[in-house]
Design a protein around this ligand. Sequence first.
Ligand code: PLP
Length: 406
Amino acid sequence: MQKILSLLKKHNDWRKNCINLIASENVMSDFCEKLYVSDLMHRYAEGLPFKRYYQGLKYIDQIESLTEDVFKKHFKANFVDLRPISGTLANMAVFSALTKKGDKILTLGIDGGSHVSHEEPGAAGILGLKVFHIEFKNSSIDLEKSKKQILKIKPKFIVLGGSVILFPQPIKELKKICQKTNTKIIYDAAHVFGLITAGFFQNPLKEGVDIITSSTHKTFPGPQGGIILGNIEKDLQKKIQAKVFPGVLSNHHLHRLPALYFALMEMKKFGKQYVSQIIKNAQALAKQLDKFGFDVLEKEKGFTKSHQVLLNVEKFGGGNLIATKLENANIILNKNIIPEDKIDPQNPKGLRIGVQEMTRFGMKEKEMKIIAGFMKEIVIDGKDVKEVEKKVIRFRRKFQKMKYCF
Ligand SMILES: *Cc1c(COP(=O)(O)O)cnc(C)c1O
């Protein structure tokens, strides 16, 4: 028993002393965290608000329905489903509502930035879908070639968005082609949902996607979970709802909902400031790393328009080695497959960096330069990791209070 308690304490203390640059993580505000721990976490609800299979839900029904309403209104969507308990399950539900076994779909592919749930080892494969990959030119979607692909394959849907995503994608252009083949467009916004919520990056529904799937805890600083949003006909809404429950889950972890509601309220109030700083920070970090001699991807395009920065660290020994070295100095990020990588998930060439969490703790461009400096000391100068770790801890101590929240 002591062991578990002590490990938990160690983890909590350690991560407060780290520069967290994992692109898929964020932290909830103290206020949302308090709301997250409530009696709701003990309860069961199956089905939709006011149409449940359990008793005891008269207040929860109202909480869930009000939360649905604010999301619909904010995103100008006629449909929302908050029940998926993860982004992967949101995808599973939507994919299965749109297809039957053996159907063809078109995705970005892992080296094009897609998430494993879009691919054969993940949800798409479990559903028996045949996955084809969109063609790229200079790491952007090749519109000419994808037009031919879509007309030839006639996929049931294409999935945009993704896990490695630096720039907005050409939704409008693809929409024109997809209309000819009755192909739906799904935008998996897991990574950029916070940016989109605040009115940055791109507006997928307005630009023409049918459905957004997402997680609610990456750039959007909510509780871990999934969401589906869309402007779709009633029939498809019903199909998706039925795939969520009883399809991929029964209870939907009700304690998420008040925290989710207030995370959206925080983004309505502080999102513009928060997200504009995230993007400035990502660009500042990329620029400084480039100056120091790192291979930062997409220099010609200005490095990034999202929360992410991508590095090719092949010349320093590869993603695995460098991510581990940095971790030893309390700089936490992850190795990642980057465009045109050989697919070796155990040792890809790349590192993926996200600045959303450190931005939330009040870091700005100046601090990004300092972080780039720590990375240089370890990766390029070969300084003693323990020495850098001490500096990292001292530096992080000044950024413990969360900003952009109630
Ligand atoms: C993280 C991610 C997911 C999965 O979300 P989980 O909540 O971890 O299941 C799905 N799609 C994309 C693009 C992601 O980056």
